[in-house]
Ligand binder design. Structure first.
Ligand SMILES: *[C@@H]1O[C@H](CO)[C@@H](O)[C@H](O)[C@H]1NC(C)=O
Ligand SMILES: *[C@@H]1O[C@H](CO)[C@@H](O)[C@H](O)[C@H]1NC(C)=O
Ligand SMILES: *[C@@H]1O[C@H](CO)[C@@H](O)[C@H](O)[C@H]1NC(C)=O
Ligand SMILES: *[C@@H]1O[C@H](CO)[C@@H](O)[C@H](O)[C@H]1NC(C)=O
Length: 391
């Protein structure tokens, strides 16, 4: 009697190993219906103990974000769950909410996942902004009382949200995927047509054509990294540059977002003593170098929002407190979110491979600054699309 897993599986190549590629690959692989191969030039690895480190207060920080920022945004992100969907964008809302619930479930069921449930504060420069769609869905929502508001803030809300240590989470996702039987090939692809060259990867460990159905599907999660594909180039794609400061402040136990002003400001404890302070959003800015003035602004403004970033300094003047925070800086990072005019591209497509065979494609890219917090929603959407797709 053949078990379900002996049935021929459909082959799927996922292009890209950022958070969208990894999550999509994991969902498909876990379904038992597909054999997935990720092809990606880059992958986030755990930092080697011999890598450069920065030590603050005895905490040794090894930088895991070695993937070039212009190639992959995911390991450079904060990251926390705070919806970026407008009240009208019900499609993105569904993806984000599904991801919120998946992460919430994960915190209860898998302590190995670098995802933590904590208090989140949203702070507003103006009043009457509490009508965000997600406030109806998040756990333990309440409006802040006036005495809880930092200087200059007119309104605030508190609720349970999630923080994700993104470089560690990438490593965790990858491990989950490999444990589920997923294949991975580290390779640079300069034309999509060349993906057919990787079909041989499906025939390792004694597998042959009877292991698979005849069709091959490609899921395009290549985001900004695809800028180098020579046969296709989505001109709507562009980088949205973000600069963040990583500090050591294990006492910070909540995530804070300030909405309004020149840039959204955020404070994201990552669960290991490190805290991301951000950020900026500059479309079409390719500057890979951190800007010192921006770093100073981020430190000053996030400290106003989260005084507990530095302890035992309540008698100091503001400049001296910023100087104390400066001493806790582990790294300053620049990342490039995969922005796309018109939003995410999630749709079917097809092209002819070198062999003349028709290859079906599902595009899943352009998740800008909401990739991690919508990742499970988009991964499951791809799964549904594949299920319905008939060759
Ligand atoms: C360590 O830092 C030096 C100087 O910044 C750099 O040249 C080198 O590539 C780094 N090594 C690693 C393993 O990151
Ligand atoms: C979360 O867990 C609950 C209870 O087991 C389940 O009903 C729900 O479908 C799960 N949600 C997601 C998005 O996984
Ligand atoms: C393919 O593999 C299966 C099981 O491993 C084996 O029974 C079958 O004979 C193989 N078919 C071919 C054409 O090699
Ligand atoms: C794949 O994605 C990139 C953008 O990330 C795009 O340029 C390209 O057109 C996509 N389509 C195909 C068929 O690969």
């Amino acid at each position: 009697m053949s078990s379900y897993s002996d049935k021929p599986k459909q082959r799927v190549i996922v292009l890209g190993a950022g958070v969208i590629g990894l999550t999509t690959a994991l969902v498909l692989q876990r379904s038992g219906k597909y054999q997935v191969l990720i092809v990606s030039e880059f992958k986030v690895n755990p930092p080697s103990p011999s890598s450069n480190s920065t030590t603050i207060d005895g905490f040794e920080f090894h930088d895991p974000t070695t993937v070039p920022a212009l190639e992959m945004a995911s390991p450079y992100s904060g990251s926390h769950w705070r919806s970026l969907a407008t009240n009208e964008d019900t499609d993105l809302q569904k993806k984000e909410l599904f991801t919120y619930q998946t992460f919430m479930n994960l915190t209860g069921s898998d302590p190995s996942a670098p995802v933590k449930k904590i208090d989140g504060l949203d702070l507003y420069f103006r009043k009457n902004t509490n009508s965000n769609w997600h406030y109806k869905h998040v756990q333990q929502f309440r409006l802040l009382s006036p005495d809880e508001l930092p200087k200059g803030i007119k309104e605030g809300a508190s609720y349970k949200t999630l923080v994700i240590n993104s470089p560690k989470y990438m490593v965790w996702l990858y491990d989950q995927y490999i444990n589920a039987g997923g294949f991975f090939k580290q390779a640079r692809v300069s034309r999509l047509r060349d993906l057919e060259d990787f079909e041989s990867q499906f025939y390792n460990d004694g597998r042959n054509s009877s292991s698979y159905t005849s069709d091959l599907h490609i899921i395009n999660c290549s985001a900004l990294g695809s800028g180098k594909l020579t046969d296709v180039n989505d001109r709507l794609m562009h980088p949205v540059r973000g600069q963040v400061v990583l500090v050591y402040a294990p006492q910070v136990s909540r995530t804070v977002t300030r909405i309004g002003g020149k840039f959204m400001r955020y404070v994201i404890p990552r669960g290991d003593g490190t805290v991301i302070l951000g950020g900026t959003h500059l479309a079409y800015d390719y500057n890979e170098k951190p800007d010192d003035e921006t770093t100073a602004e981020i430190l000053r403004e996030t400290l106003e929002l989260t005084p507990e970033l530095v302890e035992h300094t309540s008698t100091m003047d503001p400049e001296a407190r910023v100087a104390e925070l400066q001493k806790k800086v582990l790294a300053v990072k620049v990342g490039f979110r995969p922005g796309r005019i018109g939003g995410v591209r999630l749709e079917h497509d097809k092209f002819y491979g070198k062999s003349g065979n028709l290859i079906k494609v599902i595009h899943n890219y352009g998740h800008n600054g909401f990739g991690i917090q919508s990742s499970w929603g988009y991964a499951n959407a791809v799964y549904s699309m594949l299920q319905k797709s008939k060759l």
